[in-house]
Design a protein around this ligand. Structure first.
Ligand code: SF4
Length: 528
């Protein structure tokens, strides 16, 4: 549904800020593609854009693709911004630029919802999810587009049911320029991991869209040009297991109808390994990757962070079960925990070798506001306010030791030989367990073949000829070519190239040790 009953016309400029360079945005892979320039279409801003009154023209700018221009600001009556903590400085920058044109600026999304005080310059703060605060914001802008004398904070008390969410306005975004498509099925998570702000922000009883909405969104993403990969951005795909089970048959039908042209991925807790009935259906729906917050292989640490759900099945067994259903595990890992010891880094590297997980997002612990961790550390006087550090936590081990250990782990885990060995394993043991999908007319189309050729040309030239790890690459690539597995060659190399390049920068101190760090280093893709 949309906001209704508004006569006045307002032109809204929605601006999504650039990302600070981060491990999980894959920007070093973009130059190998056929024109990808940004990570995922931003769900929140495209949702708000779709919810605005039908007679309000909307312009959407993702500054990872291009900056908002003078023409954009002069066109607009008001500016909407949304983003995560890591984009805080960029969001404040957009606000100042909009104010140069005298425009009122509203900010919504996860960062402002957790920390309204990060954004003193904005005119309107939209705190919480889509709901009564959104309607009030629209009403106020319909009445008056002058900047208010003082900041107005609008908090959502009555959330719009997700079943009434409109389809995100994907048509406003240049979908083909994104690395992945994104889609949201649920919001919230029933667990309470100490460091996580999701239950505090979105609740413990997951709210849900209907399967029909998800299918309509997938159709729309396809119409807008996204066919290869779609990521469910839900924090826990099995937060409501029954709902996941209800959705999966619809996804299977949709995949059959479209020739399995789209690979699906999601985030879920490790106890998904105890649910073969869900894993089997995910395999049939062509889920190929699950991001699992393993966090640490140390059971004492899992207990201390209240992540008991990761202990419902032995970690290695859980990973193997997921792999046996054709899905690669991507793992979140945290260093700097109170339970860490001087030998934690070594234990982590053994885990990487044993698990054969290629992609692990290894972050330093960061205390986020609205989390039990924040409250505990605040009481203990262990929160550090210093933008020059990679974490706001005073670790129990010396800070420099923890950062050095993190750098060492990044360096060793992403040595090209080790990484491609892990990918080799995935090709042989995990990808081999996937369903055999038919070669659809779409896959055989000239556009798809041309795209593949462009990517292969880039990979062969930039990695195979100019790359510093070309010997390791060719060993992997020739094996794939012999087996006719060009898709495995492309997908593994795109990600591997990013990981190797990022890890090299990280191990020499040129990248952040946390996805949440507010230190501003390189922005992901220089906006033109
Ligand atoms: S399972 Fe994941 S989303 Fe849920 S509380 Fe833990 S870290 Fe957060």
């Amino acid at each position: 549904m949309r906001a209704e009953g508004i006569e006045t016309v307002r032109r809204i400029l929605c601006v999504f800020p650039r990302y600070t360079s981060a491990f999980g945005t894959f920007e070093y892979a973009y130059p190998l593609t056929d024109g990808v320039k940004a990570f995922m279409p931003p769900q929140g801003l495209l949702l708000i854009a779709a919810y605005l009154p039908e007679n309000w023209p909307v312009r959407f700018i993702d500054e990872n693709l291009r900056p908002a221009t003078q023409d954009d600001f002069e066109w607009a009556d008001a500016v909407f911004v949304s983003g995560m903590h890591i984009q805080r400085q960029q969001m404040n920058d957009i606000c100042h630029r909009a104010h140069d044109y005298g425009l009122p600026v509203a900010i919504g999304g996860p960062s402002v919802s957790a920390c309204p005080d990060y954004y003193p310059a904005f005119d309107y703060l939209h705190v919480g999810e889509l709901g009564d605060a959104t309607n009030e914001l629209i009403r106020r802008l319909a009445d008056d587009t002058a900047r208010p004398d003082q900041q107005v904070v609008l908090k959502t008390l009555d959330r719009l049911p997700m079943t009434e969410f409109p389809l995100p306005a994907y048509e406003l975004a240049e979908i083909r320029k994104y690395f992945l498509g994104s889609i949201q099925f649920s919001s919230g998570c029933p667990y309470q991991c100490e460091f996580c702000d999701i239950p505090g922000l979105y609740g413990r009883n997951p709210r849900l869209k209907s399967p029909q909405q998800i299918i309509a969104e997938l159709d729309k993403l396809r119409e807008c040009g996204m066919t290869d990969s779609v990521y469910f951005v839900d924090d826990n795909f099995i937060g409501n297991r029954k709902a996941a089970l209800d959705l999966l048959p619809h996804l299977i039908e949709w995949q059959k109808k479209h020739g399995y042209a789209t690979r699906l991925a999601c985030e879920a807790t490790l106890n998904i390994a105890k649910r073969p009935e869900i894993l089997e259906k995910m395999r049939e729906a062509f889920f190929v990757t699950i991001f699992v917050g393993i966090e640490t292989p140390d059971p004492d640490a899992l207990k201390a962070m209240h992540k008991d759900q990761n202990m419902m099945v032995p970690i290695m067994e859980g990973i193997h079960t997921i792999n046996a259903h054709g899905m690669e595990v991507v793992s979140g890992i945290i260093m700097g925990l109170d339970t860490d010891k001087p030998e934690t880094g070594k234990a982590l590297l053994s885990f990487v070798d044993e698990s054969r997980i290629p992609l692990l997002t290894i972050n330093l612990l960061q205390a986020l506001p609205k989390t039990p961790l924040w409250d505990r550390l605040e009481k203990a006087g262990r929160l550090v306010d210093d933008d020059g550090r990679d974490s706001n936590v005073q670790f129990l081990l010396p800070y420099e030791d923890v950062v050095t250990s993190w750098r060492k782990c990044m360096e060793v885990a992403y040595q090209p030989e080790k990484l491609f060995e892990r990918y080799q394993y995935q090709c042989d043991y995990t990808y081999a367990n996937r369903i055999k999908v038919p070669v659809s007319p779409e896959m055989r189309s000239w556009a798809n073949i041309r795209r593949g050729l462009i990517i292969l040309r880039n990979i062969f030239w930039k990695v195979g000829v100019l790359g510093s790890y070309r010997r390791v690459f060719w060993k992997f690539a020739l094996g794939r070519i012999k087996r006719g597995d060009i898709e495995g060659l492309i997908s593994a190399t795109l990600v591997a190239h990013h990981l190797i390049t990022f890890a090299r920068a990280a191990s020499t101190g040129r990248q952040n040790a946390s996805n949440y760090s507010v230190r501003l280093r390189e922005a992901s893709v220089p906006a033109e």
